[in-house]
Design a protein around this ligand. Structure first.
Ligand SMILES: [Ca+2]
Length: 352
């Protein structure tokens, strides 16, 4: 009886051991498959044409589509990642751009430069930025129209190149990248203590030009730049916007979800002066005194191509100056000739 029990126990023990080994083998197989899948996933989500550009390695350089200027292959998916740091922005300037488009018929291309060809079903480059930690698409670019300059809203940006089944010999694209801290604005003196501010002094130059970030490309989102103009005593600041394309609608602020340009005679808001947005032609303004401020601000959606403006420090109007000179001169303020005045004083002396 006891033997039977022992046998049964042994039998149970042997069965348990077999099950345990089977379980271990199953677990090992599961782990092997899992690791294999993970390895496969890690090796297949990347692509041989992926590129990573870091500002601590190179501040600028060039990159191209695979095989450029020869034709690129079909079914390509290439990621180009750009990683800067601090207040650096990524600026992309395409120098050549010829991608295959299934509707590459000139009659189907938009005639107006503001209109874009649809990229549906076409080889394309898609630009992404980071908004609140999430990857957000800016736009698609396709066909043979060279895209405008691009600029990120932070220190990171990425491009994705996708090709369809047939490239038909299109040579692809070539572009230049830069990690910039000046927002593409090269005039004035950049104020290092501010994220984006530039100072223009009359003592340095009496006239010049300034423009929005990344002009003539689309300005970056979530960006605020200040332009401070300091004239000398007796001077005023004249501003002329020769190009103005700021996405938005009146009243050009938060209520209309608009980007805007604000001008002010003060560091604070100037209640006498409106904010500007939309398309404007030959927009002109003049300061009341020796200080003027222009501020550009964009929000986190939709883009425009910004503005290009000229500034000039000019003396206060000549007529005012002449009036001041006359009023300060006793001889010129008298209605009588100098000789008459002398005679008057002489007669007064003799009579007394
Ligand atoms: Ca906007």
């Amino acid at each position: 009886m006891c033997r039977v029990i022992i046998t049964r126990n042994r039998s149970v023990a042997i069965n348990d051991r077999g099950a345990l080994i089977l379980l271990q083998l199953s677990f090992m197989y599961y782990m092997f498959v899992s690791f294999s899948l993970l390895y496969w996933a890690s090796t297949t989500t990347g692509s041989p044409c992926d590129r990573l550009f870091r500002s601590d390695v190179d501040k600028n350089g060039t990159f191209t589509s695979p095989g450029y200027p020869a034709a690129y292959g079909p079914f390509m998916n290439c990621n180009y990642e750009f990683r800067g740091h601090g207040r650096e922005r990524v600026q992309i300037i395409f120098t050549d751009f010829v991608l295959h488009h299934p509707h590459d018929d000139p009659s189907e291309k938009p005639h107006h430069p503001w209109l874009k060809q649809s990229c549906d079903g076409a080889d394309r480059v898609t630009a992404f930025i980071s908004v609140g930690g999430n990857k957000e698409k800016i736009d698609d670019f396709c066909g043979s129209a060279t895209p405008r300059e691009l600029m990120s809203n932070s220190a990171v940006m990425s491009l994705h190149f996708h090709s369809t089944t047939v490239s038909r010999g299109s040579r692809g694209f070539k572009a230049r990248y830069s990690f910039v801290s000046n927002f593409g604005i090269t005039t004035g003196e950049q104020i290092s203590s501010s994220p984006c501010a530039f100072r223009f002094n009359s003592t340095t130059s009496t006239n010049g030009t300034f423009w929005s970030p990344n002009f003539p490309g689309f300005y970056p989102r979530d960006t605020e730049c200040h332009y401070f103009f300091h004239a000398q005593v007796g001077e005023r600041v004249k501003i002329v916007f020769s190009y103005f394309d700021i996405e938005g609608m009146i009243p050009c602020g938060l209520t209309s979800a608009s980007d805007f340009v604000e001008v002010s005679n003060f560091m604070t808001v100037d209640r006498k002066l409106p904010r500007y947005c939309g398309l404007q032609k030959d927009l002109k303004m003049e300061s009341d005194g020796a200080f003027f401020r222009v501020t550009f601000k964009s929000n986190d959606r939709f883009d425009g191509t910004g503005f290009f403006a000229s500034y000039q420090f000019t003396p206060v109007a000549d007529a005012v100056t002449i009036t001041r000179r006359r009023s300060s001169s006793p001889a010129s303020s008298s209605p009588y000739p100098p000789g008459c005045i002398l005679l008057f004083y002489l007669l007064a002396y003799l009579i007394s």
